[in-house]
Design a protein around this ligand. Structure first.
Ligand code: CA
Length: 223
């Protein structure tokens, strides 16, 4: 589990880093908002501890920029100001929790753990390519306003293709991802399922999205 701490007070930052590392987390520290936003954008964290009062960009700005970039990493806001308006503002901007300074490390740790547990169950966000949108939470696929029904296996395959838009996926990759086993001898099953997908996308004019890469596999592209 990797945590980003965005905190300009060196003493607090090192206290958090040491404490979390002792609990076996990997911890990166950013000393200002700009650096924090940069690290959060280029690396994948399981959680971000974000101070509100920061140089360059404050915690609210960092949070709103992250969420605008569709970064859904759980965020706990840390602030000296326990005011309700700040708390509401942070939560409105997409913070997952809030902790007023000074706080006991044990409380922080409890909140971190609670959030990480929740993160495991949390569905990944909606993915869209062109007019096609897939929502893993409600397990629905829409083309514009029209809903398209897929079987669970078709849904898994479509989600995999959409999440890797523009990337050629080999039959082995697809079988390992969607069927959990490598069934080389049955790979024509993938072709069958791709045909199902195309048939269901065809009435919406989107069947051309899934392209065959001869002898390799498939790639989904916005047409
Ligand atoms: Ca600060």
């Amino acid at each position: 589990m990797r945590i980003l701490v965005v905190e300009d007070e060196a003493r607090v930052a090192s206290f958090l880093k040491r404490g979390l590392e002792a609990e076996s987390f990997a911890v990166d520290v950013a000393g200002d908002g700009q650096d924090g936003l940069h690290l959060a954008t280029v690396h994948e964290y399981d959680l971000i501890l974000l101070d509100v009062m920061l140089p360059k960009l404050d915690g609210f700005e960092v949070l709103s920029k992250l969420r605008a970039r569709e970064n859904v990493t759980p965020v706990i806001m840390l602030t000296a100001r326990g005011e309700l308006s700040d708390r509401v503002r942070g939560l409105d901007l997409g913070a997952d929790d809030y902790l007023a300074k000074p706080f006991a490390f044990a409380e922080l740790l409890a909140r971190v753990r609670a959030l990480l547990r929740r993160g495991v169950d949390r569905a990944t966000p909606t993915v869209s390519v062109g007019s096609l949108a897939l929502d893993p939470m409600s397990r629905t696929v829409t083309a514009g306003d029209a809903k398209i029904e897929f079987t669970p296996k078709e849904f898994t395959l479509l989600e995999y293709l959409m999440r890797n838009e523009g990337t050629v996926l080999t039959r082995t990759m697809i079988s390992e991802h969607c069927w959990d086993i490598n069934f080389d001898t049955y790979t024509n099953l993938i072709d069958v399922f791709v045909n199902h997908l195309r048939k269901k996308l065809q009435p919406h004019g989107l069947d051309g999205m899934i392209k065959t890469v001869r002898g390799v596999g498939y790639v989904l592209k916005n047409t």
